[in-house]
Design a binder for this molecule. Sequence first.
Ligand SMILES: [Zn+2]
Length: 58
Amino acid sequence: MEEKQQEEIDLDKVYDYADYREKVSGRCDNCNSAYFKSSVKSGIFLRECRECGMKKSI
Ligand SMILES: [Zn+2]
């Protein structure tokens, strides 16, 4: 039987919200923080975790 490895979060990568839905809504998948900073880059809404720096495009 194959064991599923837990996916590691790459903090240099920008995750796509469509592919990586939140496990808990409004919380970081990596550190479970609810504090984010948001920015818009070339029309893409970017949400970055204030704790660990995980980035997600929404
Ligand atoms: Zn985080």
